[in-house]
Design a protein around this ligand. Structure first.
Ligand code: EPZ
Length: 432
């Protein structure tokens, strides 16, 4: 069991590219969490395979259990979830406060039970995480919204949501997912315009459609959902797609630290923007259908601008910045999605990175620089992994505290890294 205050001790490679072997990518966190939430829309048990064994999945399972769902784990990667009649609709547990993904439950609960209450959701500390799009959309579908002492309560006076046309003023992944799920049980047609295009949305739509939902256009900016009855999984298992952010992080890591690294069980088609950026920087890769071989070498600067899918993912921005500290020349990194997603830069500078902060959204990275081992805290999931990569590149020893932030999204990352030759040890909570 991983503790809240575990830390990693890492002995860096000092810039040598000596690692060799292969690393296997797990199931996608941000797909698995939404598929688990979709259990609310089914009249029978759903079975999910290739679910990553990570903290956020355990939290989502506990939240569903708190609502009254029956959660069975057939093995640590296979979950069976059943959501019976008339269960809880109060999401005000501590778990919701810690996990942004809890917000996706609002749509299916409201659609099935006509009411839901929830606190302002938590998640990573990466800037303002508003929910205005959610509230506006559910109002359009016929919900009445009340906010008292930090808790939102949404009720549907006529019990069933109406289908509505919802234009998302910002493309939002979780808003697209929650409205798509709400539309499945709404009266009439729901149209989501300026919808997000992420592969996790296409996967969720496919899963719902296999259960009997009528959804078209997932993966395009306009998604149409014809409302109907509860869905049925009929005992079929659904396997979660590979995690594209994990695959991308390992690819960056391989380019920096490996002589030759094969990233297995991934879907390269989901990380084309990263592959293109790395190619432009001179990284040598062999891209196959479900694996990528990456070879270490010397690299040149390349500008990065984060963008909604299929653009460069904000979730890979921090690991990519570490990569750019080792590339020759000046790179501009422009974070366009979240306000606080460059907050980790100061700690990266402590490793020795040469970075100029232009404004809260733009930095200039100069490379190559020699990084030196440091003691740092993992501020959030993706920046935590970036520090892990920086520590492996660096000369000397590093300590990464708050490893629970990394455990939220990456299953046993240290074991997988050890397997290819990284000198990394987890020091459990309470040890010196
Ligand atoms: C999802 O967050 C992911 N989380 C994030 O992954 C990911 O970084 C993000 O999408 C972008 O790809 C989950 O899937 C659980 P958004 P989400 O709503 O849906 C604005 C990780 O590390 N917005 O697409 O919360 C918002 O401020 C995490 O795994 C509104 O203005 O992100 C942002 O600028 C971190 N009003 C933009 O939309 C709203 O009501 C996109 O955010 C909602 C969002």
């Amino acid at each position: 069991m991983n503790g809240m205050n575990d830390k990693f001790l890492i002995k860096g490679l000092g810039g040598r590219k000596t690692l060799c072997g292969s690393i296997v990518v797990g199931g996608a966190k941000n797909a698995a969490l939404k598929l688990m939430a979709a259990s609310v829309l089914f009249r029978d048990e759903i079975v999910l395979g290739n679910v990553p064994d990570i903290e956020d999945v355990k939290k989502m399972a506990s939240l569903l259990e708190f609502l009254g769902a029956r959660v069975r784990t057939k093995n640590k990667h296979t979950y069976a979830l059943a959501f019976g009649r008339g269960l809880g609709t109060d999401l005000s547990s501590d778990i919701s406060k810690q996990m942004r993904a809890s917000i996706v439950l609002v749509g299916p609960l409201l659609a099935r039970f006509g009411r839901v209450s929830f606190p302002h959701p938590g998640g990573c500390v990466i800037g303002e995480r508003p929910i205005d799009l959610f509230l506006e959309g559910f109002k359009k579908m016929g919900a009445v919204v009340r906010m008292r002492r930090g808790t939102y309560t949404l009720r549907v006076p006529q019990r069933k949501l109406y289908g509505a046309t919802i234009f998302l003023k910002n493309q939002s992944v979780t808003a697209t997912e929650t409205f798509m799920m709400a539309g499945v049980l709404a009266r009439g047609e729901t149209v989501i315009k300026n919808a997000s295009l992420e592969p996790e949305i296409v996967e969720l739509a496919g899963f719902l459609t296999a259960g009997g939902a009528r959804i078209s256009g997932a993966g395009t900016p306009t998604i149409r959902i014809k409302g109907g009855a509860l869905l049925s999984a009929r005992g079929k298992m659904h396997r979660v797609c590979p995690d594209r952010i994990e695959a991308g992080s390992f690819l960056i890591f391989g380019a920096l630290c490996a002589k030759e690294l094969e990233i297995k069980k991934c879907n390269p088609a989901h990380i084309e923007s990263l592959i293109e950026a790395l190619r432009a920087s001179g990284v040598k890769m062999e891209v196959r259908k479900t694996s990528i071989k990456v070879f270490g070498g010397s690299h040149r600067a390349v500008d990065i601008k984060t963008h909604e899918y299929p653009g460069f993912p904000t979730d890979l921005q921090a690991p990519m910045t570490v990569f750019l500290t080792q590339a020759r020349g000046e790179s501009l990194v422009f974070e366009t999605i979240f306000d606080g997603r460059l907050n980790y830069v100061e700690s990266l500078e402590a490793f020795g990175a040469d970075i100029t902060v232009m404004d809260p959204h733009r930095i200039i990275v100069r490379g190559p620089t020699v990084l030196h081992g440091k003691v740092v805290e993992s501020p959030d999931l993706r920046a935590g992994l970036a520090f892990l990569i920086a520590a492996i590149v660096a000369k000397g020893r590093s300590v990464i505290h708050n490893v629970h932030n990394i455990d939220r999204g990456y299953e046993k990352v240290e074991d997988r890294l050890k397997g290819i030759g990284v000198d990394i040890v987890r020091i459990p909570d309470g040890s010196n």
